[in-house]
Write a protein that binds this ligand. Structure first.
Ligand code: ATP
Length: 510
């Protein structure tokens, strides 16, 4: 098992042990790829969601919010193309009986070549030092060129097969690349089949086909069908956006890697309505804006990358992913799509209602074009966890696990700890609590030694701890301990609200 596998396993156990994430219905041995968020998980998830809402809705006068229902009229999904085309290509291994997504098996091979090239670059950097010219190296090094040729060849064949919907060609590519089942090592594959990812259920008590409705597989369609309602009530003019956070459901073929891919998840989506012909400029705008947002979550430059789509979805004329480097490789966290006027036009056709905008400047009616930003809340949660989890050796020979979360995201902002459970220290600590509790999520803890209590807060990602000691009773000062440096400073109690608010604020980030 690689170091990265070990690290990921430790992150997963940490999430369970410290009350971030539990397997769903665990007492019944869980349910595949469904998870529950515990006391600290819900706080962290909520903070990420709030940060998205603030960045998108609060800070943009021309973006408004919406909360549409999960159930929608079934024609919605006919119009959007999901009934006919929301499929993944699946393939089974006949020996291990394990099921895979054919596209993922192929993409994994491509990623291996990419990683090989990244390693070549790293090695060369070390060898040539300051004299290293990366552009020239990429253009001339024979190993790099050979790997790149392989990548282009695979992607070329894959793209042709996808565009033609040619499942046999996809299977042939898997055979030609000699892809083996990662579990059994066997190359004994079935044919590739398409599998629709939507969950269906029945509305009302009659189980007949006409009552079949779907659990929404994306939140976007709730925005499109409300386009006119929002336009007519929000005094917005094009360009403007509608933002929504909500649950989506997909019957994923393979749901592994913890909360990375689950069957029930949350999306934070924004559909931005623009003049036809102006979509590419807005696409570039949102591409840049969204990367900025991810950086504000504390992800380093080298942890994020853009990845252009090989084949755009049936509704899009441009699409890019923002990927984060998880311990299991670079993977999609957000999709930014130029969706043209596809969805609104489809809904016009299926509903018989006009979904148009009158542009007073052009004196013209048109169906707006749409640029979408769609990010997974749970995936962002996982990225934040992976980015923050650290196992540190301390100078005194001990070790600690610390979640170096950006302070504004931390589930608990301040741990309030009386040094002892006597001499009036708990009472004084309660006074400090009352001073801060209306503005921040706090944690009061008087059990165990102070060292153990600090460790517990480090493991939860609490950026600051306030300790109330005997000196506090004399001069009304406390110590404020910083999670990352473990340094402590003495501070007057009446200064705490201002200092803490500054430290855990998010204003400077956007
Ligand atoms: P993937 O290729 O990983 O299946 P996708 O391209 O189908 O994802 P989109 O339809 O663009 O994903 O959805 C937007 C975002 O929603 C994704 O970037 C991801 O963060 C999140 N998402 C999609 N499917 C899942 C899932 N099954 N579990 C968790 N998050 C998901």
């Amino acid at each position: 098992m690689s170091q990265q596998d070990d690290l990921f396993k430790n992150i997963v156990s940490h999430c369970k042990e410290y009350g971030f994430i539990f397997p769903s219905s665990e007492i019944y041995d869980g349910l595949g790829a469904v998870y529950d968020y515990g006391p600290y998980g819900i706080e962290l998830k909520k903070n990420i969601q709030d940060f998205w809402w603030k960045a998108m809705v609060q800070l943009n006068e021309n973006i408004v919010g919406l909360d549409s229902a999960i159930f929608m009229h079934p024609t919605t999904w006919k119009a959007s193309g999901h009934v006919d085309a929301f499929n993944d290509p699946l393939i089974d291994n006949k020996d291990s009986k394990k099921r895979y997504r054919a596209d993922v098996l192929i993409e994994d091979v491509v990623e291996k070549y990419r990683q090989k090239n990244a390693k070549e670059v790293e090695k060369a950097k070390g060898r040539f030092g300051d004299a290293f010219d990366e552009t020239q190296f990429l253009a001339t090094n024979p190993n790099i060129l050979r790997n790149q040729q392989k990548i282009d060849e695979i992607e070329g064949k894959f793209k042709t097969a996808l565009e033609a919907g040619d499942l046999e060609a996809i299977k042939q590519l898997i055979v030609d690349l000699e892809i083996a089942d990662p579990v059994s090592g066997s190359k004994n594959w079935t044919d590739v089949r398409q599998f629709n990812l939507m969950f269906a259920t029945q509305l009302g008590s009659l189980a007949d086909d006409s009552n079949t409705i779907y659990l929404r597989p994306e939140t976007a369609q709730g925005i499109f069908v409300n386009f006119l309602n929002v336009l007519n009530t929000s005094r917005q003019r094009i360009p403007f956006g509608i933002a929504q956070v909500g649950k989506a459901f997909r019957n994923e073929i393979v749901a592994r890697q913890f909360i990375f891919r689950t069957r029930e998840f949350e999306q934070m989506e924004m559909q931005f309505f623009v003049r036809p012909g102006e979509e590419m400029q807005w696409y570039e705008h949102w591409k840049a804006e969204r990367l900025k947002w991810h950086k504000a979550l504390g992800f380093g430059e080298n942890k994020l990358r853009y990845h252009d789509h090989l084949k755009t979805a049936h509704y899009a004329n441009a699409a890019v992913d923002i990927e984060f480097e998880f311990p299991f490789g670079f993977k999609e966290m957000e999709g930014i799509h130029s969706r043209t006027n596809y969805d609104l036009t489809q809904h016009e056709e299926h509903s018989g209602k006009k979904l148009r905008y009158f542009d007073p400047e052009l004196n013209q009616h048109y169906v707006p074009y749409v640029v979408e930003t769609s990010v997974g809340l749970n995936r962002t949660f996982l990225a934040v966890m992976c980015n923050s989890y650290k196992e540190e050796a301390l100078e005194n020979g001990e070790s600690r696990v610390v979640l170096a979360l950006p302070a504004f995201l931390a589930p608990i902002k301040v741990g309030v700890l009386p040094l002892m459970k006597k001499d009036g220290l708990p009472e004084k600590a309660r006074e400090v609590m009352s001073l801060l509790k209306f503005d921040h999520q706090l944690f009061y803890d008087e059990k165990d030694s102070i060292g153990k209590r600090y460790r517990r807060q480090d493991a939860l990602g609490t950026p600051y701890c306030i300790t109330i000691d005997h000196q506090t009773l004399e001069d009304n000062t406390v110590t404020l301990r910083d999670r990352d440096t473990m340094a402590q400073e003495r501070i007057a109690i009446d200064k705490l609200p201002e200092i803490v608010a500054k430290k855990v604020g998010w204003k400077h980030l956007l």
